[in-house]
Write a protein that binds this ligand. Sequence first.
Ligand code: COA
Length: 405
Amino acid sequence: MQKNLLSHKQSFYLTFANFAHCLLVLKALSFYLFQNQISHPYHAFTYPHMKRSKIAGIGYYVPERTVTNNELTGIMETTDEWIQERTGIQERHYGKKHLETTTSMGAIATRIACERAGIGLEEIDFIIFATLSPDYYFPGCGVLLQRELGITHREVGALDVRNQCSGFLYALSIADQFVKTGMYKNVLVVGSEMHSMGLDFSTRGRNVTVIFGDGAGAAVVQPTDDPQRGILTTKLHSNGTYAEKLAFINPGSHGGYHFKKLGEEVDFGYPPEDTYGEIFLTPKMKEEGLYYPNMEGQFVFKMAVQKFPEVIREALSEVGLTTADISMLIPHQANLRISQFVQKTLGLSDDQVWNNIQKYGNTTAASVPIALTEAWEAGKIKEGDLVCLAAFGSGFTWASALIRW
Ligand code: COA
């Protein structure tokens, strides 16, 4: 057995010296970490070697065809008054069947965004595509967009995001992380939806169908050396408890599993146990229209008006700002009544909130980039402005972003 060579006194001094040494190292490290930081509180937790990312270019596209509420009254039992009163929507755009898709619309928005960012398409380093209405079940729209843009030769990564109404904000947050760490220089973020190809145009589907419209928006995210500019923070949240309250569940491979667990017996017309397959899409689903989106509108409404202000305040509080600092709030265009409720809750003026659902309906993942581009084109977003993006939707998932423009 080794003899203890140090007296109690000696080991006490040694421990103390080690502790003091650790303190000195920590102090030096914190000085190194924070010496380059400017005084704004939201810089306190960033690292000096990390870049800040900014939105360098934005663009949007909506199909040419406008469909008014009155046009819908010709195919289902609804009225212009009902739609406007409950949602604020007056018209929406529908893509050209067989000629336009979620991908092709995303490509048009991308070209505009890249041009405004001053980059060629071949300079895109990574693609993030958010949509709930993809051209194919798989592969995703990211790779289809790559082909559509003619940039497959670079073989850059393409990622699809399935976060419905908050999809663009989730995608933006991913882009932000890649750019901040220096992994990519030009990240393309796209939100695009071709809802009109998959809605129930009978009276049965009217509560959902009248709300949604087609369109696409895109943004190029790049690094910036300007410490005063760029994406200050993004906040992402989800809660799957109420996944079926706003959902498109068929076709799917769930086989009724989640409904059983929730104690709800729903007959999807599945074949006997001993058959192979035939779960994904059954004749009953087709006959009874069980392959359309469904929504418990009032439930969604109540959650939305709670989560929008919550996630906006969370972002503001992280960077030490308040609602009064917001130059422009771009809420996901779910329903004009939701946006108005959020505006009132946050005490914002009309000039601080951008609404365009009246013209486009709810374009899900595309709604934030469309509204952002429109507000910017209208001269309502200028350099130095604090722009707040926020979204809530199916999942439920919700998110916010604060950008110093
Ligand atoms: N035209 C006419 N009547 C309609 C209709 C339509 N397009 N859609 C539904 N109705 C009827 C219903 O059948 C119901 O009739 P009943 O009372 O005879 O049963 C009545 O209108 C009320 O339906 P309800 O669903 O309770 O209406 P609502 O006041 O909640 O408004 C929404 C419906 C969808 C507009 C509203 O709930 C909403 O906007 N929710 C949030 C949805 C949303 O934002 N989704 C996207 C989230 S990202």
